[in-house]
Ligand binder design. Structure first.
Ligand code: CMX
Length: 442
């Protein structure tokens, strides 16, 4: 067993035993109740799923195995001379439950380098798409093309014992994460740089090498990408990309199939695509106002005109959070420390001053604060990555860490096929009549 697999196995065996006893003793106790509003309203706040890597608090934001984002920035190992956490460290934490040492993170970086080889047909599958196909579609196709190498799928066909599902899932997870930056960078260079690829630099860490393969050399940008890839990794289990991975994986579809499905969920504008939508909206505002330094009053008018045209303000609001997203705040802190003079970043900060009171005044928005997607575009543009259609791919590369760590946990805990109950509106009416003596005309 490799180093991380052994750590994960030890942790997981102990938890699996605990869960078995917990279910035996307390399995019939209630975690939650469901209202009709929740059934129609996207199942908000219904506690009905187990997700080990992270837990979201509406006020405080995300914690990964108990650690907040500021704590991760302080405690996780960094690249030599760097300050930002290495995403490898977060992946280790999500699987093994402990902050790794520098040596453990180094081992993981090297393990991913050894697994990063990509079969040629994956590039050919991507090449078969028109170059102007959205990069998220190309990513999804690239991941699907890798499925032919799934260890899980091959071992399943050969009669794998269910006690080994977690092991095969771990193998696919490690290889998929190792390969993903190369696939993403291939798409970026194909679409925006005439297919001129930048070969990997295996002396670099996972995020540093990804930034290098995209074609960027600035160490400041590498640091931002390490932070970006850490903070976008996971946001507990109910968000659309995480939940998709969980649902598809629960059918014993392998990690390639379930992660590709997750990328299709992330590609929606109410979820991950919001990071491209934010910068598109900001740039349109700058163009419309004719200045790169708009005043708060000008921004306020523009926000109101967006709302009046029946559109949402991208990067604002959240289904669970009720405070400014700590992932937004971490990026803000990064910019204050590293690029405080960027005009575009200053616009993002002004929008942060202006938007919340306007959304609050609508009286229906439950969370008027910025989410993770409100900040990233301005920083990416500052460092020269201006092709905003690609931004959600960056999110996707990071998201692999959390959702695939969770899939390892799901398989080791033996979580079953997911199959919630649905009902029709007629059923709801009948239920109300029976339980609450409500009457309906006709
Ligand atoms: N701008 C305008 N109106 C907004 C809004 C925003 N940013 N956020 C919420 N609202 C509106 C909703 O559209 C809804 O209006 P209707 O009742 O007329 O349909 C009302 O406020 C209530 O919505 P809510 O309960 O506050 O929010 P939801 O849980 O339904 O939706 C989210 C959450 C993120 C989809 C929503 O806030 C939104 O559309 N935000 C903009 C898109 C965005 O930034 N998405 C990224 C989220 C983070 C991520 O997943 O990556």
């Amino acid at each position: 067993m490799d180093l991380l697999k052994q750590e994960f196995y030890n942790k997981a065996q102990a938890l699996a035993k605990e869960v078995k006893e917990l279910l035996k003793e307390h399995g019939n106790k209630k975690l939650d109740e469901v209202s009709i509003e929740q059934a129609y309203g996207g199942m908000r706040d219904i506690t009905s799923m187990i997700w080990e890597p992270s837990l979201l608090d509406a006020e405080e934001g995300i914690r990964f195995r108990g650690y907040s984002i500021p704590e991760l920035r302080e405690k996780l190992p960094t690249a030599p001379g760097g300050k930002e956490p290495l995403p490898e460290g977060l992946f280790w934490l999500m699987l093994a439950g402990e902050i790794p040492t520098k040596e453990q993170v180094k081992w993981l970086t090297e393990a991913w380098v050894r697994r990063a080889n990509i079969p040629e047909h994956v590039f050919r599958a991507i090449d078969a798409l028109p170059a102007d196909t959205h990069p998220m579609t190309q990513l999804s196709v690239g991941v699907m093309a890798m499925q032919s190498t799934s260890v899980f799928a091959q071992r399943y066909i050969s009669g794998m014992n269910k006690s080994e599902y977690w092991d095969a899932t771990y193998e696919d997870t490690m290889t998929l994460i190792a390969r993903l930056p190369r696939v993403a960078a291939y798409i970026f260079r194909r679409v925006y740089h005439n297919g001129e690829q930048v070969l990997p630099d295996i002396s670099l860490d996972w995020g540093g090498n990804f930034t290098h393969m995209l074609g960027f050399k600035d160490e400041g940008f590498r640091e931002y990408m390490r932070l970006f890839l850490t903070i976008h990794a996971d946001h507990e289990g109910g968000n659309a990309s995480a939940h998709t991975t969980h649902l598809v994986g629960s059918t014993l579809s392998d990690p390639y199939l379930s992660f590709s499905a997750a990328m299709n969920a992330l590609a929606g504008p109410l979820h991950g695509l919001a990071n491209q939508e934010v910068i598109r909206w900001v740039q349109k505002m700058i163009e419309t106002l004719g200045t790169t330094k708009p005043t708060r009053e000008q921004i306020s008018e523009y926000v109101k005109s967006t709302l009046a045209s029946g559109r949402v303000i991208p990067g604002y609001g959240h289904a669970v959070l009720r405070k400014p997203d700590p992932r937004f705040m971490a990026q803000r802190q990064f910019c204050e420390d590293n690029i405080p003079d960027s005009d575009l970043v200053k616009v993002v900060w002004k929008i942060f001053d202006v938007v919340p009171p306007i959304l609050t005044s609508l009286g229906k928005v439950k969370n008027p604060w910025p989410n993770v997607d409100a900040h990233s575009g301005a920083v990416l543009i500052h460092y020269g990555l201006k092709e905003y259609n690609f931004y959600t791919v960056l999110f996707g590369v990071s998201r692999a860490l959390g959702v695939l760590a969770a899939q390892c946990w799901s398989r080791v805990l033996g979580l079953p096929l997911e199959r919630p109950k649905s009902v029709t509106t007629d059923w709801v009416k009948e239920y109300l009549t029976k339980e609450y003596s409500v009457t309906f005309e006709s």
